[in-house]
Design a protein around this ligand. Structure first.
Ligand SMILES: CC(C)(COP(=O)(O)OP(=O)(O)OC[C@H]1O[C@@H](n2cnc3c(N)ncnc32)[C@H](O)[C@@H]1OP(=O)(O)O)[C@@H](O)C(=O)NCCC(=O)NCCS
Ligand SMILES: CC(=O)OP(=O)(O)O
Length: 332
């Protein structure tokens, strides 16, 4: 069974409530119908009830049996606003501001997850990644012991000789614009853990650069070398190595030439990019030109599962990310 089918089957085995704050949008409505019919998740659509019902009709979607939460009329809105005010008053948010902010479906849905009124949230077909991350960082916050929230894409490649039978994790492609060495080390460790927990494979993590084992000298290379050293010191039990160029990381013959002593070179199944420019461009290149499926961005480091999508996503992408979010909620 392929990875996505496994996630769907797992999700079905213990149904979780997943909230979609872009509930009035066509792809979200179509995904909600599939998720409900196939019993992958107990979906909650957040938004104006009128708009959701009108759009469901317009797009020929049957939303019978699917819960709608309208922040304008919900009984929970007042309590959520009070809670938001308490959480953010130190940052200058007033009671009146909190009462307005909570009407935004992104904030309302995040508050549902915070209060266990939903087990997880997925958005990003309409909103930018920053629009998801800000309420997440402000309300859900990081899991105990975690300082950096980051993300990874599950890349399902056409060529099964790469990575773990064609599966790879790419990080961070969505959250941290310019991580320092400590943050990059944290991203590498978090992604290795995600590979074990979600993907069930033993991670071989390549810290990517334009240099392999000191072949180039530049401050950008030094950052990756420092991050590699820190990650190795913090987690000697994990297979993390660098700095490596992409070809040295994933092509065995090139890895042998450029970094013969590396336990990861030529065999990497987790790629850690040096910054967000490289990571975001990198995953879209592999998705669009190499025809890989790119599932995510899946967030890691939040106290509860909230995940993103690309605005270019399909209905199927939403279904897949909801299934993964439900599985993350089961593992909480
Ligand atoms: C993630 C992002 C939204 C955070 O922006 P920001 O301006 O720091 O946001 P805020 O100031 O509201 O941060 C909220 C809180 O989270 C903290 N925070 C920010 N980034 C964090 C991270 N990666 N991990 C943990 N905490 C973080 C902030 O320190 C702040 O804490 P505080 O409220 O206790 O002071 C920003 O880094 C961003 O836009 N990233 C790029 C997203 C993107 O465009 N991706 C490309 C397309 S996928
Ligand atoms: C992950 C990502 O790049 O999202 P978007 O395409 O919406 O900017």
């Amino acid at each position: 069974m392929d990875f996505v089918s496994q996630m769907k089957e797992l999700a079905k085995s213990d149904l979780k409530k997943i909230v979609l704050p872009e509930g009035n949008e066509e792809r979200n409505l179509k995904a909600a119908e599939i998720l409900h019919n196939e019993k992958i998740a107990d979906v909650i659509l957040v938004g104006s009830r009128n708009e959701i019902e009108e759009n469901a009709k317009k797009f020929g979607v049957n939303i019978e049996g699917i819960t709608i939460e309208d922040p304008q009329t919900s009984e929970r809105t007042k309590a959520y606003a009070n809670e938001l005010y308490e959480l953010r008053k130190k940052k200058g948010v007033t009671q009146t501001m909190a009462e307005n902010i909570i009407l935004d479906p992104m904030y309302y849905a995040t508050m549902m997850v915070k209060n266990d009124d939903a087990h997880g949230m997925v958005s990003g077909a309409v909103h930018t990644t920053g629009d998801l991350l800000r309420p997440g960082l402000q309300i859900i916050k990081t899991a105990p012991g975690i300082s950096v929230v980051s993300s990874f894409f599950i890349m399902i490649l056409k060529d099964k000789t790469y990575g773990e039978n064609g599966q790879m994790l790419f990080a961070d492609c969505a959250v941290n614009p310019n991580p320092n060495a400590d943050e990059l080390a944290a991203i590498a460790i978090a992604t290795a853990e995600s590979a074990k927990k979600l993907m069930k494979f033993e991670p071989k993590v390549a810290m990517l650069s334009f240099s392999s084992y000191g072949s180039a000298k530049h401050e950008l290379v030094s950052k990756v070398q420092e991050a590699t050293k820190k990650a190795q010191e913090l987690r000697p039990d994990l297979s993390i190595d660098g700095e490596l160029q992409l070809d040295a990381a994933i092509v065995e013959s090139v890895g042998k030439k450029k970094a013969a002593a590396s336990p990861v070179a030529g065999k990497a199944n987790v790629l850690v990019f040096p910054d967000l420019q490289a990571g975001n461009i990198g995953y879209k290149l592999v998705e669009r030109i190499a025809g890989a499926d790119a599932i995510g961005p899946i967030c890691q480091g939040f106290a509860k599962p909230i995940n993103d999508l690309s605005r270019g996503c399909s209905v199927e992408d939403i279904v897949n990310v909801v299934a993964i979010t439900a599985v993350q909620a089961q593992n909480q």
